[in-house]
Design a protein around this ligand. Structure first.
Ligand SMILES: [Zn+2]
Length: 217
């Protein structure tokens, strides 16, 4: 199986300085829809606007994760409009893993596709610019800023069994359960791992689609 190549030759690739991620990307390049050089740099670093090429954006019907040209991504707001209190506290808008409640509400208010960008950068810092809420006044120019993860996304995906430590009521799950355990999952969260797991799932879905299309002939 192509996906198993890395584990078979892990030591050799390590010696050559090739990461699993680089190998995954090279393999995707062969089988998935082509990305332009601009898209490749954008998605790896400062993000691609969701409205840039809407038809290449998909939301998984199974778990709500986002993908661009069949590659899983995380989404966040590049142009952040914050009130003074949040600016001082460096409390930025969070990044998201899937189509959670906050994003569904944003879409209803027509503030989703035109505001969010997709990225596959894995360091946990995001290319952002800060404006004073209600104006276009820039209080913090473009730079990478650490953003927190949306915990409702972790709950929706039940990442690392997150739900076991949440309250059962979806409207106030954060008030109950085991906050300490939830914090530990948040602290250990890795975008790299998330993208890898979701890539495997998308590949399995693609294989199933191909198989049923073949059977249907
Ligand atoms: Zn979310």
């Amino acid at each position: 199986m192509p996906g198993e190549i890395y584990s078979m030759f892990a030591d050799i690739f390590k010696t050559m300085g090739i990461t699993r991620r680089e190998l995954d990307d090279a393999e995707d390049e062969l089988v998935l829809p082509k990305m332009t050089e601009m898209e490749k740099t954008g998605i790896a670093d400062t993000g691609i606007d969701m409205i840039y090429d809407r038809k290449s954006v998909a939301i998984s019907a199974r778990n709500g994760i986002f993908s661009y040209k069949k590659r899983p991504v995380v989404v966040y707001i590049k142009e952040q409009y914050l009130d003074d209190k949040n600016i001082t506290a460096k409390k930025f808008n969070k990044y998201h893993l899937c189509y959670c409640k906050a994003l569904q509400t944003a879409e209803k208010q027509r503030r989703f596709y035109n505001r969010y960008v997709m990225v596959r950068r894995t360091k946990g810092d995001f290319w952002t610019r800060i404006h004073t809420k209600g104006s276009d006044y820039v209080v913090g120019d473009y730079m990478y800023r650490k953003l927190d993860i949306c915990q409702d996304c972790l709950r929706m995906l039940n990442w690392k069994n997150f739900n076991a430590y949440c309250g059962s009521n979806p409207d106030n799950w954060w008030e109950y359960g085991d906050e300490k355990k939830r914090r530990a999952i948040v602290a250990a969260f890795s975008i790299d791992e998330f993208l890898h797991v979701m890539r495997e799932e998308l590949r399995a879905e693609l294989r199933n689609e191909l198989a049923s299309a073949y059977r249907g002939r």
